[in-house]
Ligand binder design. Structure first.
Ligand code: HEM
Length: 427
């Protein structure tokens, strides 16, 4: 028998954890029936999640679409191009793409982004402050958590300053629900991004910059990336990097605003405790709720005895694995302290596990540990402007975070100097 699951249900989206806990208790690898009538296997146990993610019998290559393909529109071509990225490949293709990307994403190059991330975070905190002064309330997702990662990816890709507002606006449109925009706007944004990345690659070939992406573009021809692979890589870096980091920033801000004692402690103790806040948010509100879908290439019998048939769709629910009580005591409590104790908890799986472990983990941590203290230093009296249990969360099984985070300023005055504003994403 399989459990029913409707990922679009707003109650499930706000708090899916009781459902996952029930499922894990019944079976940490369970067959569920989704609202559209299809079946899938959900992995909610910590051990089982790590085992599946390290097992090559669970493939990342998406199943071929059935039926005759329609002639693709420009927007469809852009989407198809995105689908050719390394997260959708298995060994040996994956190894080649991953090696080239890892050579560009060295720790030293990521760390060199620090001053630019600091400047962007300060500018955006200034933006939030001005919105608060003007309107009395501001949405931290729209004004801070969304634009920061997009602008940082702009740095990674070496997008010139003059083009950053376009990058931000297109990303905003392709990431918005279709009914939130005028008809055709999302398709137009997909096409614009596709054309822009093509031009960017040609430009980097002629005149490489000191950005990470230039080193991928100019890697030696032998075994290097072709133009289609470079386009897919640009899309992957943008989409893997912005929505996840946006949710990390928004969920961390929400956790701190609803746990004022933790905010006071982070302000008091500084860097080590901010890092613990970030780790605990990754565990407690894992920004990627589930990994990308896996498909079994053969029947698999996991250690516990559960048999998954060949060709089955499998989703590793990172958000559930990270609340497995067998590895994280009091898993539903937000307790950054657990990352400060002498005896550390098991490593969380928020960045995945195995061959597809997140390539941007160091960058995401760098961004969050810079941005959060900056934000709360610039806006010391920040409070939530809506009861936390009324905040809607992103629907679906893939990403997790609040859709909006309305805040207002309390009595305290800003303590940090505020830099100039940046463009609104929609503008
Ligand atoms: C809080 C922020 C982030 C989280 C929680 C996160 C999480 C993850 C996870 C769970 C995976 C593995 C997915 C799977 O196995 O299906 C992954 C892969 C990946 N991530 Fe991240 N990510 C974050 C930020 C970033 C950033 C900032 C970048 C780059 C700019 C990035 C680039 C990638 C890439 C390229 C992959 C694919 C790796 C591969 O297939 O070998 N991520 N990420």
């Amino acid at each position: 028998m399989s459990e029913l699951l409707n990922p679009a249900d707003p109650v499930f989206a706000r708090d899916p954890y009781p459902y996952y806990a029930r499922l894990r208790e019944r079976n940490p690898v369970a067959r569920v029936e989704l609202a559209n009538g299809t079946h899938a296997w959900l992995v909610t146990g910590y051990e089982e999640a790590r085992r599946v993610l390290a097992d090559p019998r669970f493939s990342n290559v998406p199943a071929r679409q059935a039926g005759r393909p329609k002639p693709p529109s420009a927007a469809e071509r852009a989407r198809q191009c995105l689908a050719r990225h390394m997260l959708n490949t298995d060994a040996p293709d994956h190894g080649r793409l991953r090696r080239l990307a890892t050579a560009a994403f060295t720790p030293a190059r990521v760390d060199a982004l620090r001053p630019r991330v600091e400047r962007l975070a300060a500018e955006l905190a200034g933006d939030v402050s001005r919105r608060l002064a003007r309107d009395g309330v501001a949405d931290l997702v729209d004004a801070f958590a969304f634009p920061l990662p997009v602008l940082v990816i702009g740095e990674v890709l070496g997008v010139p300053e003059a083009d950053r507002a376009d990058l931000r606006a297109w990303t905003y449109r392709v990431g918005s629900p279709a009914d939130a925009l005028e008809p055709g706007a999302a398709d137009a944004a997909w096409s614009s991004l596709h054309a822009y990345f093509g031009t960017l690659i040609a430009r980097k070939r002629r005149a490489p910059g000191d950005d990470l992406f230039s080193s991928l573009v100019t890697a030696p021809d032998e075994g290097g990336l072709d133009d289609e692979e470079l386009l897919a890589m640009a899309f992957l870096l943008l989409f893997a990097g912005y929505e996840t980091t946006m949710n990390l920033l928004a969920s961390a801000a929400l956790a701190l605003l609803t746990h004022p004692g933790e905010l006071t402690a982070a302000r008091r103790d500084g860097a080590g405790r901010w890092a613990a806040v970030v780790e605990e948010t990754l565990r407690h509100a894992s920004p990627l709720e589930g990994t990308t879908w896996r498909r079994t290439t053969q029947a698999v019998a996991l250690d516990g005895g559960t048999a998954i048939p060949a060709g089955a769709s499998v989703l590793v629910v990172l958000a559930a694995a990270n609340r497995d009580p067998a590895h994280f005591p009091a898993p539903d409590d937000f307790r950054p302290d657990r990352y400060l104790a002498a005896e550390r908890p098991a490593p969380h799986t928020a960045f995945g596990h195995g061959p597809h472990f997140c390539l941007g983990a160091r960058l995401a941590r760098l961004e969050a540990t810079i941005a959060l203290p900056r934000l709360f230093a610039a806006l010391p009296g920040l409070t939530l402007a809506a009861p936390p249990d009324t905040l809607a969360h992103r629907p679906g099984l893939l990403v997790r975070g609040p859709l909006r985070l309305p805040v207002r300023q309390g009595d305290a005055a800003p303590s940090a100097p505020l830099a100039h504003a940046s463009a609104h994403p929609g503008g």
